[in-house]
Design a protein around this ligand. Sequence first.
Ligand SMILES: O=P(O)(O)OC[C@H]1O[C@](O)(CO)[C@@H](O)[C@@H]1O
Length: 448
Amino acid sequence: MKNISLNIDKVAGFVSKETIAAYAPQVKACIETLENGTGKGNDFLGWLHLPSSITAEHLTDLQETAQVLRENCEVVIVAGIGGSYLGARAIIEALSNSFQWLQEKKNAPTIIYAGHNIGEDYLFELTEFLKDKKFGVINISKSGTTTETALAFRLLKKQCEDQRGKEMAKKVIVAITDAKKGAARVTADKEGYKSFIIPDNVGGRFSVLTPVGLLPIAVAGYDIIKLVEGARTMEALCSNPDTPFAENPAAVYAATRNALYQDGKKIEILVNFQPKLHYVSEWWKQLYGESEGKENKGIFPASVDFSTDLHSMGQWIQEGERTIFETVISVEKPNHKLEVPSDEANLDGLNFLAGKRVDEVNKMAELGTQLAHVDGGVPNMRLIVPELNEFYLGEIIYFFEIGCGISGYILGVNPFNQPGVEAYKKNMFALLNKPGYEEESKAIQARL
Ligand SMILES: O=P(O)(O)OC[C@H]1O[C@](O)(CO)[C@@H](O)[C@@H]1O
């Protein structure tokens, strides 16, 4: 069976293959540091061997819980923010029919996301939509205290209990949170919800292969066993310090992006040519942004959906400041076949494409874009994915996770903390006069 692979040929005109290969000893040392748990943030390495440590019993428990939600809900709300929803959304959207929620006949509950914003209209419209729906909630928060998620859950819990009764609510609300601490844990224990634990040593952005991602994915009807199998395959290949550098795609990825960064390429754009991958990019942006953006360092992770964004951001990428490089997620084979029809009148002049698959057109757009961007001064890597299924998405998850751990260590930061995100929270709590923030409230009021 094929695996995902990384092609860096189109980086060679910017940093040489020798420069990248010279990172091999450092990369090996970074993998050993991860493996031995001797580096920065070593209390958050639970993701490293997570795929191989997931038991069949755990997967069965998740599948059985998913089944309860599938049988009792038309809609399931996944309430969470950042790492507590992006991984699930990335996988579910990558695997779903693009028009899933418009389908009349459904074989799984519609998954809706909440708790990732504080938009009053969003929450109002959601509660309105849910009024006549049999809905359930998966409440996900590692800390159990994140304001966005807690606020949405407060509304959803009440509505679910009012609409479906306390007993049914107990059945269709599931909590995924810390084993002991946080408001989500307290509520789950008090109300008797089924709950799953987010291990202490797995940070939010590395948690997609814990119940945080696996339960929503199973509820949506996707095969979590295959997803974990894919991740295990990459774990065996990429977390082994003895895998030769050139055969370890995550090692090569981490080395290449750092070599480019040293060469002045400060922005990495994750590119896809399949709109279903939009949320894979959103997940990736948090993974790399929170892990590396600190100590006034770090590649800025950006993303585009092509060819859509070639008609908006394409100009900037082709001719703007030359501080960017691209990593393209290139899916080899689509899951469906659609040919361009021939048309006798040929008014649109497209008969030269008649009989070709739409994907052939897309692939030429991809190749043409790569060549144009490289000509324009944008180094280009390609992550080649044989097809979009659970197995390869599992490979993608682990590839990017360990690539991030290695890359953060090359950069010299702690890739597993996120101290910077507290600043806005502190100000918001002070502005809202949260109990315990009296001093901060006074200080911030004086600044306004
Ligand atoms: O799961 P929690 O604790 O609600 O946190 C959600 C997200 O918020 C952050 O902690 C940032 O505040 C992320 O790192 C995390 O993924």
